[in-house]
Design a binder for this molecule. Structure first.
Ligand SMILES: [Zn+2]
Ligand SMILES: [Zn+2]
Length: 343
């Protein structure tokens, strides 16, 4: 048997004993070492839903996962038992139009960890397709290997725009994904990279992670003046908040022909059609990622992305709730990590 932390209803996580899942054909079983908490986990904990994704039954949270391959199913030749892996938490159907076009993350039948009704990785063991268990070098810690997931979000978002040496990038929002987008933009040679946020502590964090300039986004006028002074106009915006005032500021700060990548998710926001048209802006949505885990692992292993520094607390599985509440209790918290197998 294994222990699993289950969200039975909003605000209630209980430990349960469940059968250890056996890997089927083409699958591997992973003993989970580290799971970093995502804003989406916290949202399910608080509300039991995110937009159209609604939990109708108990749900195991956690999708940012690393571990060690502990068993392999029939037909699996790699990765071998004992391999340390970052788990890409999605399994696609492999047959639909989107899958066949290579956009497996848009598969209508995608099974994604901790998205109802699919259980996540607040568990000692999970089973995933072998090709979604990506080997990591020993230079990456278990925590860093878990953070390959949000790094993949940032890499996928950055790949939607043309970011190279000298590209002026505005990162809107300095939460964990914003800080990863900042680091990815810097790794691609973007300059300057300006970061906006409403919270002073977050702006300080952005400075620490290499932002050229940080700008207080509390006032539209002062924020726009600050961004303009720092960078002129933005060639690329990576919008990581999903909230209206931040989107307004980010769009206002664009150069003609700029690309605005919407990373942050939220309820309905409005976009100014006149600005989109008169500047010929390109607006791109992003949803999770596809095909980026190997590149994210390589980038992290190169040392150009500070993942371990983003880990601000560690929790045994019994304290999954403490991990979910970490950001609320400590304004400096970035990433809380649950360690299911070591507790
Ligand atoms: Zn996440
Ligand atoms: Zn499909």
């Amino acid at each position: 048997m294994q222990r699993v932390a289950v969200l039975t209803e909003p605000d209630n996580v209980v430990l349960e004993d469940r059968e250890v899942p056996d890997p089927g054909p083409g699958q591997v079983q992973v003993q989970v070492r580290a799971v970093s908490v995502c804003g989406s986990d916290v949202h399910y904990y608080d509300h039991g839903r995110i937009g159209g994704f609604v939990m109708h039954a108990p749900l195991v949270l956690g999708h940012e996962t690393s571990g060690v391959v502990s068993a392999v199913g029939p037909g699996v030749t790699a990765p071998a038992v004992g391999t340390r892996v970052a788990v890409e938490p999605q399994a696609e159907c492999g047959r639909c139009d989107q899958c066949r076009q290579g956009r497996y993350h848009l598969c209508p039948d995608i099974a994604f960890f901790a998205t109802p009704p699919i259980d996540g990785s607040f568990a000692e063991y999970v089973v995933v397709p072998a090709h979604r268990a990506h080997p990591v070098p020993d230079s990456l810690s278990d925590e860093a290997a878990a953070l390959i997931e949000p790094l993949s979000v940032a890499l996928h978002a950055a790949s939607k725009a043309d970011i190279g040496p000298g590209t002026r990038v505005l990162v809107s929002g300095a939460g964990p994904v914003g800080l990863l987008c900042l680091q990815v933009a810097l790794a691609r040679g973007a300059s300057p990279v300006v970061v906006t946020d409403v919270m002073a502590l977050r702006r300080e964090a952005a400075t620490e992670y290499g932002a050229t300039t940080v700008v207080d986004a509390n006032s539209f006028d002062d924020g726009l003046a600050g961004v303009t002074a720092a960078m002129g106009q933005a060639d690329v915006v990576l919008e990581c908040t999903g909230v209206q005032p931040a989107v307004d500021l980010a769009v206002a700060a664009t150069a003609p022909a700029a690309t605005v990548v919407l990373v942050g998710t939220g309820a309905t926001v409005t976009l100014p059609l006149d600005v989109l048209q008169s500047r010929e802006l390109t607006v791109k949505g992003t949803f999770r990622y596809a095909h980026v885990y190997p590149a994210a692992i390589e980038l992290a292993a190169s040392g150009r992305i500070r993942l371990d520094d983003m880990v601000t607390s560690h929790h045994p599985l019994e304290d999954a709730v403490g991990a979910l509440l970490a950001a609320r209790r400590d304004p400096m918290a970035l990433k809380a990590v649950v360690h299911p197998s070591s507790s």
